[in-house]
Design a binder for this molecule. Structure first.
Ligand code: DGP
Length: 116
């Protein structure tokens, strides 16, 4: 069920603008509004699940679906040969600011470790 007060649900439903790069019945990918790298794409499940810790049972299959789309997009964006990063921020100390689970696909520059 979509949540009216969730910005990512609103993007998925076409009520808010975003540059959508991929969409199927389970997964949507769109450009991050505040990119931290030349390529910065957010991948989300269509289903409103607040965070990674809220997945149960077969919902974990969505994590694999999202990673499959992420790798496809990384290839399309020319990141596959040089490398890229997929990040999930979970909860406030994990740095999560939007409570609709999402994975960041980052690439196009040398990424540092450890993250801040
Ligand atoms: P996180 O900190 O992991 O919860 O990441 C949330 C990301 O969502 C952050 O990188 C900025 C992005 N973001 C927030 N609001 C919007 C929006 O309205 N549109 C788009 N495209 N991205 C957004």
């Amino acid at each position: 069920m979509a949540q009216d007060d969730c910005i990512f649900c609103r993007i998925i439903q076409g009520e808010m603008e975003a540059e959508i790069l991929y969409q199927d019945e389970k997964v949507v990918a769109f450009k991050d509004v505040n990119p931290q790298a030349p390529v910065h794409i957010l991948l989300v499940p269509v289903k409103h699940i607040p965070s990674l810790k809220d997945f149960t049972g077969s919902e974990f299959e969505l994590v694999a679906d999202i990673h499959e789309v992420a790798v496809k997009l990384a290839e399309e964006q020319g990141l596959a040969s040089e490398g890229f990063r997929i990040v999930n921020n979970c909860g406030s100390k994990g740095g999560q600011t939007v409570n609709h689970v999402h994975f960041h696909l980052l690439g196009g520059r040398q990424l540092k470790w450890p993250p801040g």
